[in-house]
Design a protein around this ligand. Structure first.
Ligand SMILES: Cc1ncc(COP(=O)(O)O)c(C=O)c1O
Length: 374
């Protein structure tokens, strides 16, 4: 059966590739998912909803009490329930947005290194992804590079802060520059903020308040450690939410009902839960940063957000070769090249793993790195 050219050209994520090559007993620092437990209220709330019979289709943009709870959490940005749509995952939200905004031949500016779906989602929507660079200093969007790459067909700029894979957070200066470009050139900002709860220094700057020119994707996967539930949300202007709801109807009719009730039960105490999770991740971040910074030929600053370390290395090999060498020695990570052309020369380690695992992983990294030098 011949699939569309669009689908045939779409790459599979390179993130799982190393995982598939690893031996059993390897230390896995490749996966971007929380290893902590979800809030008890969420699990209980979902089971109770299913047991009570809340198992049917629901409203396409999500149940109103959950839209209201999300709006309440972000009310400082001027968000109301009509600005919120609940989605079956952040990934689905991103694809629905690409499908809704992009016409054939439209261009979307995509961060590189960056999360792996923005380019393929653009191409699957018959658009052209154009990579833009991040700066060496703090992984900010390189505004000159973006300006150079804007054409009459540029429709969208994707941003992702706190960032996967770099761990960078958005500076006030970058925020303003992107906002100005969007207003001047009529380019829609699609801001993926799924790591918003995980900032260890400074503050997360959100595009949520920019209702006229930004669509924000966020989600419950990372926030509540429920990656398998597949639940996310979008905030945007009310007209945009109405349009996206039309797309959502054709994609899924409605998001998972019991999961929405579970998430709703966990919303009132979510900040207390997240305070604990952030403390845990911060300890692990400090550990991995100090271990990597002490390795000759590896260089990184402490990541300010998300749960990834993205060191640069100075060895004469590609990131894939280095990652392969680590896999053979029992440590799984992701080569920077899996995150786009400008990710080469880096490795990505997830520190959503316990401290013992991180320490043993770093022992392997140190041994392999010392072997290369010598
Ligand atoms: C930057 C970023 N955006 C979006 C997602 C998708 O999250 P989900 O589909 O689980 O909501 C991920 C998952 O790893 C991510 O790293």
């Amino acid at each position: 059966m011949k699939m569309s050219d669009r689908l045939q050209k779409a790459p599979l994520s390179g993130i799982r590739k190393m995982f598939d090559l690893a031996g059993s007993g390897s230390i896995n620092l490749s996966l971007g998912e929380p290893d902590v437990s979800p809030p008890d209220e969420a699990v209980r709330g979902m089971s109770e909803a299913a047991a009570k019979g809340l198992n049917r289709y629901g409203p396409t943009p999500g149940i109103m009490p959950l839209r209201e709870a999300v709006a309440y959490r972000y009310k400082r940005h001027g968000i109301e329930s009509g600005n919120v749509m609940i989605t079956p995952s952040g990934t689905t939200a991103l694809l629905m947005i690409a499908q809704s905004l992009i016409d054939p031949g439209d261009e979307a500016l995509v961060p590189s290194p960056g999360f792996v779906v923005y380019g393929p989602h653009t191409a699957l929507s018959s658009g052209r992804p154009i990579d833009y660079k991040l700066t060496d200093d703090g992984f900010q969007p390189d505004i000159d590079d973006i300006q150079r790459k804007i054409t009459k067909r540029t429709k969208v700029v994707f941003l992702n802060y706190p960032s996967n894979p770099t761990g960078g957070i958005l500076s006030e200066e970058s925020f303003k520059a992107i906002r100005d470009i969007s207003a001047d050139k009529n380019i829609i900002i699609v801001s993926d903020e799924v790591y918003e709860p995980f900032v260890y220094e400074g503050e997360h700057i959100s595009f949520m308040g920019e209702l006229d020119n930004a669509i924000v994707v966020n989600g419950f996967s990372k926030m509540m450690a429920i990656t398998g539930w597949r639940m996310g949300f979008v905030t945007a202007g009310k007209d945009v939410i109405t349009d996206l709801t039309k797309m959502a109807y054709h994609v899924c009719a409605s998001p998972n009902m019991p999961a929405q009730y579970g998430i709703l039960s966990a919303m009132p105490a979510i900040d207390t839960y997240l305070d604990g999770v952030r403390r845990t991740y911060k300890r692990r971040r400090d550990l991995i940063t100090s271990r990597i910074s002490n390795i000759d030929g590896m260089d990184m600053d402490a990541p300010k957000g998300a749960f990834y370390a993205f060191p640069k290395f100075g060895y004469d090999m590609t990131s894939e070769e280095l990652a392969m060498r680590l896999v053979k020695n029992g440590l799984i990570c992701v080569p920077g090249s899996a995150f786009g052309q400008y990710g080469e020369g880096h490795l990505r380690f997830s520190y959503a793993a316990d401290e013992d695992k991180i320490s043993r992983g770093m022992d392997i990294l140190e041994k392999v790195a010392n072997g290369i030098k010598g």
